[in-house]
Write a protein that binds this ligand. Structure first.
Ligand code: MEV
Length: 444
């Protein structure tokens, strides 16, 4: 491949042609046709997808599945999940069914605050600035009124502006730490617009203030940006029941299962290798709903992992207790999502997802997402401490492996029958397919 100037300026057709010729010069026509085959049949919808990002040449499909029977605070949901990994939707669905007859999931939003920061270097007298900070706060809020008006009318807006002395971290370093409530929107654009406006006002205000020396009038604003760490945009999801109600699980009594389950959580609270995988399982569920509803899964992941390390050590996000014969399993997690604005109202399937969830508020969506993460985690740990993960996983994965060998419908049917009583592995599937084909060849 050779470097290219002005790729972004090429038409979509020319971009496709260039890619096809660069990657597959001998079969560029087929390559182009394949890319084009993934276009949406309606050109106006395709245009919409193209415009979500830049340099788009086609669409990348991810399966969109449903986990039904998810009972949350007495209300039943069919949860949309966009995920490519096999077993995830199945595990969430199985957990939902398990808890459906045991009172379902509970969830509550603990707080909904978000943070934005203006990071600046300043060589002035901190105490002078500190003394007039209330005046500065009023100035900032007043000047940003045109940006904050609508959000304030919806019940949100700027909740607080604090001056943070961070000189112990970097010489002359301070922050304006601003707390927001962005109601049903994720609020990234709102927060960033406010911050940039505040930074301008801050500079202008300093310049006009007699009490500051000329050096103090000069502030070096390094950057203004929201923080994706939102520990105060927090939701708790949980399940609980008397241990006896858990029933016999595989070959384990309810008591044995509960104890082993709790030990598995303890391990994930202490061992960072296990904690990472444990939390990855939680995000299997969380990301799938976040993506399906048109939210930003990178933000949610980044925040969740930071939160998991808030004690100074990376730990399990979920926790478990057994007290007086009562089993409780819960997940506390910051989830900053929106149900209005951004992609939520533009992406056709994100719109459908939100409809399916009965047009939830951001707080309701936080609960649904946290519950799906918990359901996923319950399913994973339940399998891990009983049958092991591979039994169910490889059964689900069987179709992917069969596809790899371009198995015919008849071969797929034979393989499914065979692996009802045999352990699935890549080699075992290959050997079976080879045997089926050899047997077939010897017959014809
Ligand atoms: C696989 O995607 C997720 C699990 O590894 C999670 C876990 O180990 O808890 C099964």
């Amino acid at each position: 491949m050779t470097p290219i100037e002005g790729f972004s300026k090429l038409s979509k057709e020319d971009k496709i042609r260039w890619i096809a010729q660069s990657i597959s010069p001998e079969h560029s026509t087929e390559y182009e046709a394949e890319l084009i085959s993934y276009f949406h049949p309606q050109p106006e919808v395709q245009k919409l997808y193209d415009e979500f990002s830049e340099n788009t040449i086609t669409n990348f499909y991810i399966p969109f599945g449903i986990a039904p029977n998810v009972l949350i605070n007495g209300e039943l949901y069919a949860v949309p999940m966009a995920i490519e990994e096999s077993s995830v939707v199945a595990a969430a669905s199985k957990s939902a069914k398990f808890w459906l007859s045991r009172g379902g999931f509970k969830a509550e939003v603990i707080s909904t605050k978000k943070i934005g920061q203006i990071h600046f270097l300043w060589k002035g007298d901190y105490h002078k600035l500190y003394c007039v900070f209330d005046e500065l706060r009023e100035e900032l809020l007043g000047n940003a009124a045109s940006i904050t008006k609508n959000m304030t009318a919806r019940g949100g807006g700027v909740l607080d502006v604090e001056l943070v002395d961070a000189r112990h971290l970097i010489q002359d370093y301070y922050q304006l730490k601003i707390t927001f409530d962005t109601c049903d929107s994720m609020g990234a654009n709102f927060i960033n617009s406010c911050l940039e406006n505040f930074a301008q006002s801050f500079k202008a205000w300093l310049l006009g203030k007699e009490m500051f020396t000329s050096e103090e009038k000069d502030v070096n604003v390094v950057l203004c940006i929201l923080s994706n760490y939102t520990p105060e945009c927090l939701v708790r999801a949980w399940v609980e029941c008397p241990i006896t109600e858990l029933g016999q699980i595989e070959d384990q009594s309810a008591e044995q299962f509960a104890q082993k389950f709790k030990t598995a959580i303890e391990i994930a609270k202490k061992d960072i290798y296990r904690a990472t995988t444990h939390n990855k399982g939680i995000f299997n569920g969380i990301d799938a709903v976040v993506i399906a509803t048109g939210n930003d899964f990178r933000a949610i992941e980044a925040c969740g992992h930071t939160y998991a390390a808030r004690s100074g050590q990376y730990r399990s996000l979920s926790d478990c207790s057994i007290e007086n014969g009562h089993f409780k399993f819960w997940l506390d997690i910051p989830i900053a999502v929106g149900t209005v604005g951004g992609l939520t109202g533009l992406h056709p399937l994100a719109k459908r997802s939100l409809e399916l969830l009965r047009r939830p508020s951001a707080e309701q969506l936080m609960k649904i997402i946290a519950v799906t993460g918990l359901a996923q985690n319950f399913g994973a740990i339940k399998s891990l401490v009983t049958t092991g993960i591979q039994k169910g996983h490889m059964k689900m994965h069987l179709l992917n492996i069969l596809r790899h060998f371009s198995a015919t419908e008849k071969e797929v049917a034979q393989a499914i029958e065979h692996f009802k009583t045999n352990v699935v592995s890549f080699t075992a599937v290959r050997e079976l397919i080879e045997k089926i084909r050899v047997d077939y060849d010897s017959l014809v």
